[in-house]
Ligand binder design. Structure first.
Ligand code: NAD
Length: 451
């Protein structure tokens, strides 16, 4: 059994040596991380297959490729991001110059979930390393093959005083949380996010919370229905619907509902075949508990397409439910599975009102050709991030910081956002000793003669 307190101390001692602050140390570590991933691609793909039945295509495009691109982007920019930067100085501070020095926090804890178990562990780690921190990673116990692989790879490629993986479930996570860290980066559910924040508050440790929630997707009457169906089916049903920013539910304008739904049915067949349960690339549901939770939603409204499931394989067909209202159980919490409930609307104002009176979503998607309408929704609804005329795709841009707002999370990362997340910005005023301005001192009218 790993001694967590000792490991944290070891990392803290190593951080004190200041080696991780050296830019070339960070660049080397990022290159090592890249090498680790490239040399282990086959192992990563098979761990993801064993844990979630992810296809090779999905494993590469949504887990491996995404972090390799993040490493490439970070390596290209880290020198620039790490430099102290000069900022403006007001006239009242004449004679002085102002700077911001990014500095690493120290020893950070990264707790990750099971749905993209490789990507969501490594992506924050890239930022932690680039900013010059030591890090302990706690992967999810629900994807044990990926967790075990991460532990082995990190041990093989890194010194544990710099980067270490601690495997385990709730108990291990809580043991880690009782230690004092300098930063905690958590990805997971809203209830556990609250536990993490409470634990962090005991040590006044700053946190990033990447949480979830019900992300709406609106298809307006002027939308390109065919494209909307394709992009919604892609974002909703990838990874068995187990994506934090998947469209959780659909609001479709009543006048176009029938056309859109028929289009959606055609698209689902194109993507997953006539018999999705027989499609060997269909991602499975992570556990029997989640499978049963999801299966129970099939009783809500009526099944428009899909509806089939296999407990033996832990697979659920891409399913669309119609005739849904906010009173149905499926509308209570984040679905996190391949079931898409559809509500209809006549007036966009109703939709905006409904969304605004609920917790702020992690993502929102709007399909419409009308820019005024885009601005109306963007201006009146608060959400973490999202897309106009697409779903999920915003997460792949390193120029768009990714995160939630309110109960869908706090803080953001990706690209420079990751470097900033794991850095404290130290503000420094460099003052002149050539002269002194007396007015800030008490009793300045009598003049100060001591300079
Ligand atoms: P989870 O909150 O159950 O678990 C996340 C991590 O926390 C795991 O490592 C787990 O071991 C640990 N954990 C669980 N219970 C704990 C407790 N009581 N105390 C301390 N640690 C605990 O989440 P999950 O089921 O792994 O992931 C699904 C959730 O994550 C969904 O809500 C989804 O929306 C969210 N998510 C968010 C993002 C994002 O980027 N915002 C990405 C992926 C998933």
């Amino acid at each position: 059994m790993i001694n967590i307190a000792q490991l944290v101390k070891k990392q803290r001692d190593f951080f004190q040596t200041e080696r991780t602050k050296d830019l070339s140390f960070r660049i080397n570590a990022l290159e090592t991380l890249r090498q680790m991933i490239k040399e282990s691609e086959g192992d990563i793909i098979s761990a993801l297959k064993d844990d979630l039945n992810k296809s090779e295509f999905d494993a590469y495009s949504t887990e491996i490729g995404i972090v390799l691109e993040e490493i490439r982007f970070t390596l290209k920019n880290v020198e620039k991001w790490a430099r102290p930067r000069r900022v403006k100085t007001p006239l009242t501070h004449a004679g002085s110059r102002s700077y911001i020095y990014p500095e690493p926090y120290g020893v950070v804890l990264i707790i990750s979930p099971w749905n993209y178990p490789f990507q969501l562990a490594i992506a924050p780690l890239i930022g932690a390393i680039a900013a010059g921190n030591c890090a302990i990673l706690k992967p999810s116990e629900l994807t044990p093959n990926t967790s075990k692989l991460l532990a082995r790879l990190v041990k093989d490629y890194f010194q544990e005083e710099h980067i270490a993986v601690v495997e385990g479930g709730v108990e291990t996570s809580q043991m880690l949380l009782s230690e004092k860290f300098d930063y905690i980066f958590f990805t997971g559910s809203v209830p556990v996010g609250k536990i993490v924040m409470e634990a962090a508050s005991k040590h006044l440790t700053p946190v990033t919370l990447e949480l979830g929630g019900k992300s709406p997707c609106i298809v307006h009457e002027d939308a390109n229905l065919k494209l909307a169906a394709k992009r919604i089916a892609w974002g909703k049903f990838m990874n068995g619907g187990q994506t934090c920013i998947a469209p959780d539910y659909l609001y479709v304008h009543r006048s176009k509902s029938a056309d859109f739904l028929n289009q959606l049915k055609v698209t689902i067949k194109e993507l997953y075949g006539e018999a999705p349960l027989e499609n060997k690339n269909l991602t499975k549901i992570v556990s029997e508990r989640h499978f049963k939770r999801l299966e129970a939603f099939m009783k809500d409204g009526s099944v428009f397409t899909g509806g089939g499931s296999s407990l033996e394989q832990l697979k659920i067909e891409p399913t669309v439910l119609t005739g849904i209202t906010w009173d149905d159980p499926i509308m209570e919490d984040e679905i996190f599975g391949p079931i898409l409930p559809v509500l209809e609307y006549d007036d966009l104002a109703e939709v905006i009102k409904e969304i605004r009176q609920r917790p702020k979503p992690l993502a929102l998607y709007l399909f419409s050709e009308n820019r005024t309408l885009h601005d109306r929704v963007l201006g009146s609804v608060s959400f973490g991030g999202g897309c106009i005329n697409d779903t999920v795709y915003h997460i792949t841009s390193p120029y768009l910081p990714f995160g939630g707002v309110g109960s869908s999370g706090t803080g953001a990362y990706h690209g420079k956002g990751s470097f900033d997340t794991f850095s404290h910005e130290k503000s420094v005023l460099k003052q002149t000793t050539m002269f002194d301005i007396p007015i800030r001192y008490p009793n300045f009218k009598n003049g100060l003669k001591y300079i």
